[in-house]
Design a binder for this molecule. Structure first.
Ligand SMILES: NC(=O)c1ccc[n+]([C@@H]2O[C@H](COP(=O)([O-])OP(=O)(O)OC[C@H]3O[C@@H](n4cnc5c(N)ncnc54)[C@H](O)[C@@H]3O)[C@@H](O)[C@H]2O)c1
Length: 420
């Protein structure tokens, strides 16, 4: 068993730290946020996650805002954010800061693993030079660098940090061997060794770009089929009966979260630096970024059909999370939609049970009162039991295609989905 330091205790780092501790390693967690550290040390879950809640009880994990544990760690794993800036350029500031802080304390013989999502080339071109400079240690002589991208899917009851297969790449054969051996002590799943750090980095960006492109395809179909009068959801369900070579993805109000709407930009920008334009990836990003505008246009059309205008209509947006039943609103399309509706002078209210402080309404019952229209932006379980006959509204826009249109027709409410 090893001494392990995990840097960044968020959606990725905290479940990993709890798992490594459960597996018997001596684990220290490091995070810049004092509030997060004190919550973890007092047994409170800072990310509202079932896996974390279950495993925080009785854990030996100790969290801290200082990096002292790195001095004696055999394995150091970096799990800090890798967002994009306002102009969609990769923002490696948190990663570089973490590498510098770790490298200054790295001991001889240690293994430094990056779990944060990064484009091919980041380890070779940024992490390794920085780590060698700040540590004054020699790569593959005194320490190893590996990349083992995390694939966690928060809120997923079947696939957790414990059973999702991994890929790993390293700076040397010995580094790769140690990395695979380490993960074998904590996860119950296959670990595929990759030929290089770049290959391991590319795997994660490719997985998330694959998803972004497939979602862009169905989002484009949704916009087209709205004009053609075809129900896109029924068509996708029909196509999904083919037992091979089709994978169902569904359209919606937009793509959110810290991964899918972010990671493709890392590859786009890196390849651009080498003179290659990822046209398909850029187009997919652009289509998915249009979906809040499309949802707003669905609302405007429906209100017009009902004899109303968006200006001055009382509109409730249900859901701020980027996906159902998680307290994560990073890159959520709800915020883009809200901005569009505010600019068009709708009288806007919002409600999300996971974000009481960011909602304008205090509870669902009062949120539903005195509204002309509702837009469902997140299909939280709490919203799915709503009955059209109990909604005193003119228009319902279903940004997740989660409801049955017929029930709204029956209640005399104009229903519009995304492509249905
Ligand atoms: N959220 C996901 O579902 C998911 C899934 C797979 C991969 N990833 C990737 O994992 C990485 C982390 O994502 P996350 O969702 O856990 O982020 P997060 O924001 O939930 O957590 C990151 C934590 O790192 C801390 N931090 C920031 N800079 C730091 C520094 N220099 N030193 C120490 N701590 C620092 C922050 O305070 C925060 O608590 C990202 O690269 C992301 O793309 C995320």
């Amino acid at each position: 068993m090893s001494k392990v330091s995990i840097i960044g205790l968020g959606y990725v780092g905290l479940p990993l730290a709890l798992l490594a501790s459960k597996a018997g390693h001596e684990v220290s967690g490091v995070d810049l946020s004092e509030a997060r550290v004190s919550k973890i040390n007092s047994g409170q879950d800072p990310i509202n996650d079932e896996y974390v809640q279950k495993n925080l009880k009785g854990t030996k994990l100790i969290a801290s805002t200082n990096f002292d544990s790195v001095n004696s760690s055999d394995v150091v794993i970096i799990c800090v954010p890798t967002p994009v800036k306002h102009d969609y350029q990769p923002d490696l500031v948190p990663l570089k800061a973490a590498v510098v802080a770790v490298a200054k304390r790295l001991k001889k013989g240690s293994l430094l693993i990056i779990e944060s999502t990064i484009n091919p080339g980041v380890c070779d071109e940024i992490v390794i030079p920085l780590a060698e400079k700040e540590s004054s240690l020699g790569l593959n002589l005194d320490f190893y660098i590996s990349h083992c991208p995390e694939r966690i899917n928060p809120g997923d009851k079947k696939w957790s940090v414990e059973n999702i297969p991994r890929v790993a790449g390293s700076s040397s054969h010995e580094g790769l061997k140690r990395t695979v051996e380490f993960y074998e002590t904590i996860i119950k799943a296959a670990i595929k060794p990759m030929g290089s750090l770049k290959e391991a980095e590319a795997v994660k960006v490719v997985e998330n770009s694959f998803r972004d492109i497939n979602i862009a395809f169905v989002n484009e179909l949704a916009m087209s089929f709205t004009k053609l009068g075809i129900d896109v959801k029924n068509v996708i369900d029909g196509a999904a009966t083919k037992p091979f070579a089709f994978m169902a993805h569904y359209p919606s109000v937009g793509v959110g979260g810290h991964c899918i709407p972010v990671d493709p930009y890392y590859l786009i920008e890196y390849a651009r630096g080498y003179g290659f334009e990822h046209e398909l990836l850029s187009l997919a990003r652009s289509i998915n970024n249009q979906m809040p505008d499309f949802t707003a246009s669905q609302l405007i059309d429906a209100l017009n059909e009902a004899g109303y205008t968006l200006k001055d209509s009382r509109v409730l947006v249900l859901g701020l999370s980027y996906k159902a039943n998680v307290a994560d609103d990073r890159e959520s399309p709800s915020y883009k939609l809200i901005k569009i509706l505010e600019q068009k002078k709708a009288r806007l209210s919002t409600f999300d049970p996971y974000f009481p402080d960011k909602s304008t309404e205090s509870d669902l019952a009062s949120a539903l009162k005195d509204k002309d229209a509702i837009v469902l932006a997140t299909n939280h379980q709490a919203f799915l039991s709503l009955k059209p006959k109990d909604m005193k509204i003119k228009v319902f826009v279903d940004g997740k295609n989660a409801f049955d249109k017929a029930a709204f027709d029956k209640a005399g409410i104009i229903y519009k989905g995304v492509g249905k």
